[in-house]
Design a protein around this ligand. Structure first.
Ligand code: GTR
Length: 368
């Protein structure tokens, strides 16, 4: 289905019918409105930003990756009305490259084995050695340390800590994707304090459900200079109107805890949602955005991921950026690097591989 056939809401036209014609108008009026629409209808409203009670406990050790990296293990501890919580940020900082270093923060929805702190196991899903060799710090945390990935009635994790008494829950209350994104923002709170890291050059990245999370984190937190959504699909980068593969109804049936309650009422009613996912991408403008697809990832729907990028471009153009600068889906394994947006479609399955990381870092080298 073409872009025109999808009848998308216009990211530039506000609820009062006025069209933003300058970056200032868009940032001052339309951007906050879109953000609120996503909070109300899709990801839910997080009850807290940076908590008053937050602390960082850092343990540093040298001599990793044949001396190329320093390892930091940072325990991020916080407290809310429902008790205390913590998650660990694992960080490898290049020992020999210029500092402060730029960084990639991975929101890891896979097992902890892909993020081995000892480096006895190495995984192309998080190729920390390669990231460090390119002069970037490699940071990662596990989503499930913030909030479990099953429907637990929002009793555990950060939901239980920050809105324990909220029963019945508001239909707009945050879901699990928003809880993980909140964690990425708290990781950023730490990275801002680390003199080895350049806080102005931190990319947040995730794959699949982690990709949806990275895009939402990038939308709510402008401190992220670059945002990467890999194979993020439904309620990630992919447009919902006209989407093939997974739909809003499918995702809410299988993962009822991911989004806010209100979102469930839009299953089969995509055209009535006041937003579509190109508007999520537009919230990242004018910062660097990278969307990546895979040829066999039909459930995510590469075409809907690509067209979403195109439909977000008018907002990039308001900022004087060309956006992606390609009108049609590029051939497989051929990245397109535009002024503000990068895109590629990799041959193969739903996954994140070393070749994907090469393209992300190449784009970061010129854009962040
Ligand atoms: C699938 C889900 C997708 C994607 C994927 C993943 O089952 O339908 O939206 O999030 O899981 O995270 O690997």
């Amino acid at each position: 289905m073409t872009i025109e056939q999808r009848s998308l809401p216009d990211p530039l036209i506000g609820s009062d019918g006025r069209k933003a014609t300058t970056a200032e108008q868009w940032s001052g009026v339309r951007r906050p409105e879109i953000l609120q629409l996503f909070r109300d209808h899709v990801y839910g409203r997080e009850p807290v930003g940076r908590p008053e009670q937050i602390g960082f406990h850092v343990e540093t050790k040298e001599g990793f990756m044949d001396g190329a990296a320093i390892r930091k293990r940072v325990d991020i501890r916080f407290e809310g009305p429902g008790g205390t919580g913590a998650f660990r940020l694992l960080l490898f900082v290049p020992a020999n490259a210029a500092k402060p270093a730029p960084a990639f923060l991975l929101i890891n929805n896979r097992g902890a084995e892909v993020a081995d702190a000892e480096r006895t196991a190495v995984s192309p899903f998080w190729p920390a050695d390669y990231i460090v060799s390119r002069g970037y710090a490699a940071a990662v945390f596990q989503t499930e340390e913030l909030d479990p990935d099953h429907d637990d009635g929002f009793e555990n994790g950060v939901h239980g800590i920050f809105d324990p008494a909220a029963k019945p829950r508001s239909p707009h209350a945050w879901g699990t994707i928003a809880a993980w994104a909140w964690g990425a923002c708290r990781a950023m709170d730490y990275l801002e304090t680390d003199s080895d890291i350049d806080p102005n050059r931190v990319a947040v990245i995730g794959h699949s459900r982690g990709g949806k999370t990275a895009l939402w984190a990038g939308a709510i937190d402008p401190r992220f200079a670059m945002v990467v959504g890999n194979n993020s699909g439904c309620t990630g980068a992919a447009l919902s109107r006209g989407k093939r593969g997974e739909t809003i109804r499918d995702i809410n049936a299988r993962f009822p805890h991911w989004f806010c309650e209100t979102y469930k009422s839009f299953g089969g009613r995509e055209s009535e949602l006041p937003v579509d996912q190109h508007m999520l991408l537009s919230l990242i403008a004018p910062r660097a955005l990278y969307v990546s697809s895979a040829t066999e990832d039909r459930w995510a729907d590469p075409e809907s991921e690509f067209l979403s990028v195109i439909a977000a471009e008018p907002v990039y153009r308001l900022f004087g950026s060309e956006g992606l600068g390609a009108a049609s889906l590029p051939p497989a394994d051929t990245p397109v690097f535009g002024g503000g947006i990068g895109y590629h479609i990799r041959t193969g399955k739903h996954n994140m591989e070393l070749s994907d990381w090469r393209h992300f870092i190449d784009f970061a080298d010129r854009s962040m």
